[in-house]
Design a protein around this ligand. Structure first.
Ligand SMILES: Nc1ncnc2c1ncn2[C@@H]1O[C@H](COP(=O)(O)OP(=O)(O)O)[C@@H](O)[C@H]1O
Ligand SMILES: [Mg+2]
Length: 505
């Protein structure tokens, strides 16, 4: 229960995080764009109003004459256009003499506050200095506010009187209210759009993140429902072929593998119980029969011998199982060393000669004089023992078993051929399974019967050496096991020693 709560908290955290990042990114982007546009707008409005004032200044110079008796505006009073222009020029207008004394000022200009005499004188001095350097540099730009706070752009500079005797200070201006309003409206619109987009972005982000994380939640929930008894659960993919589908697929494959090994384990437990029960039942039967029916010492002896055989089989089985479990859990690590494989093969074949002769089977070996490789001696001997004992066991009298060893480009090739009873095609895929014995002749339980574990060991040993094993068989004609082992493949050398060898297994 608490784990479930944790999960949802984790996913919600991720969802929140994604939404938040998304909204943040969006807001920053919008604000950036809005700011950029605002700057552009402001500068173009500014340029515009400067250009207007420049034009007006030029016009003013055309209409205004400062003569001995004072300033005069020369224009055609009957021309409405000219009257209008001059009217506009004089709306925000100040004229002062070179001593800083105001001569004329419009009401609007007076509202802005007439410049002090000192200010005008200073401005005139600076303007004159600028004018002497460059006639176009005699200008001052200022922004001033009237008594009600409305902004005006003022262009001030010098104008000379007729005859060029003295400089006069002239300032004309234009209201900036319109521009300020445009800017304010634009800013408000931007703020409005951003404020409206933010919840929309948040909603959209929350929704998208939720959609994207849905499969993750599904994976987590399925994982929670999975236990040993319902490993068949799978998460359906969304057919989107994206990262999440890949996650789901990976997860499903993991469960598949778990299910397979779980199934194998269950099968193994069932097989082991079955294998253990057979000799135990045998022992019990023999002892019971002896107890109730045996009359002579020989009868008792026979029963005890039979029981001992079963006990041998039992302990063989238990040891084999122990080793198998060690092998499977990775504890049975290889102890590799430089090995004269030719010698090992020759030795094993020699050891089996007695058994082969007793069975009436011709056993031979074809090995190169020397063939060394980095292998685990104990395991390789165990592998040979299992293959040879099988070959001799399943080959009738008069048959033959041949072991060949060859070096190849990749490593070594070891083959065990026999002319025995062979294995039918349908059984071949199973012979490496644990406890698997081909049904039919020789499969009745008895002291001679194998455990069906030999080939699973062989297969494990080959795999542990990174080799491969193939089997070809024709029923009634014979069987050939071919093993390829790579040579000189460096492997770590773990310390865990293998369990003691038994004759077979
Ligand atoms: N050389 C062979 N010829 C015919 N059948 C074989 C041969 N080797 C193995 N088999 C079949 O494969 C089965 C599994 O072999 P193995 O794992 O060694 O078990 P076991 O030898 O204990 O029966 C054997 O029971 C047998 O039916
Ligand atoms: Mg065997």
């Amino acid at each position: 229960m608490s784990r479930r709560r944790n999960y949802s908290r984790i996913t919600r955290g991720l969802r929140f995080h994604l939404t938040f990042s998304y909204a943040l990114f969006f807001s920053v982007l919008l604000i950036g764009i809005a700011w950029l546009f605002r700057e552009r707008l402001a500068s173009s409005l500014d340029d515009q109003v400067h250009a207007v004032l420049d034009q007006e200044w030029a016009a003013m110079k055309g209409y205004l004459r400062i003569e001995r008796d004072g300033p005069h505006w020369y224009y055609d009073e009957h021309d409405p256009d000219e009257s209008f222009i001059v009217e506009r020029l004089r709306r925000v207008y100040l004229l002062a003499d070179s001593k800083g004394k105001m001569i004329q000022a419009s009401t609007d200009y007076q509202n802005l506050g007439i410049d002090s005499t000192a200010d005008i004188k200073a401005a005139l001095a600076r303007a004159l200095a600028g004018y002497q350097r460059d006639a176009s540099k005699e200008t001052f730009w200022t922004v001033r506010r009237d008594t009600r706070g409305a902004p005006y752009l003022i262009r001030a500079g010098i104008v000379f009187d007729e005859g060029h005797h003295a400089p006069f200070y002239v300032a004309i201006g234009t209201p900036l209210t319109n521009n300020f309003n445009i800017m304010r409206e634009f800013t408000l619109a931007c703020v409005g759009v951003i404020l409206a987009a933010l919840p929309l972005g948040l909603f959209f982000g929350w929704f998208t993140a939720g959609r994207a994380l849905e499969p993750v939640l599904a994976v987590a929930q399925t994982a929670q429902r999975i236990s040993g008894s319902n490993l068949s659960l799978r998460i359906p993919t969304r057919k989107a072929n994206d990262e999440l589908d890949y996650l789901i697929l990976t997860f499903n494959r993991m469960i598949e593998r778990l299910e397979a090994s779980f199934q194998q384990m269950k099968q193994f437990t069932a097989d082991v119980s079955h294998e253990l029960r057979t000799p135990i039942t045998g022992i019990r039967g023999q002892l019971e029969v002896a107890l109730f029916t045996a009359k002579t010492t020989d009868h008792y002896k026979e029963a005890i011998i039979n029981a001992l055989q079963d006990i041998d089989r039992l302990s063989q089985l238990v040891r084999a199982l122990l080793m198998l479990s060690q092998a499977e859990s990775g504890q049975l690590a290889l102890q590799k060393g430089r090995l004269d494989l030719s010698g090992v093969v020759r030795n094993s074949v020699e050891q089996f000669q007695v058994l082969a002769e007793a069975e009436g089977v011709h056993l031979s070996a074809e090995v190169p004089p020397a063939c060394s490789a980095d292998l685990d001696r104990v395991q390789i001997e165990r592998m040979l023992t299992n293959l040879l004992s099988n070959a001799i066991k399943f080959t009738p009298q008069g048959g033959s078993v041949r072991v060949t060893l060859n070096t190849t480009a990749e490593g070594v090739e070891l083959a065990v051929d026999d002319t025995g009873r062979g294995i039918a095609k349908e059984y071949l895929p199973h012979i490496f399974d644990r406890f698997y014995r081909v049904p039919g002749a020789g499969s009745a339980p008895g002291p001679d019967q194998g455990l069906g574990l030999g080939l699973s060991f062989v297969s494990w040993i080959v795999k542990a050496h990174h080799g491969s094993i193939d089997v070809e068989s024709t029923p009634g004609r014979g069987t050939r096991f071919t093993i390829h082992l790579p040579v000189d493949r460096e492997q770590p050398n773990p310390v865990e020693p293998p369990v003691p060898i038994m004759n077979e297994l």
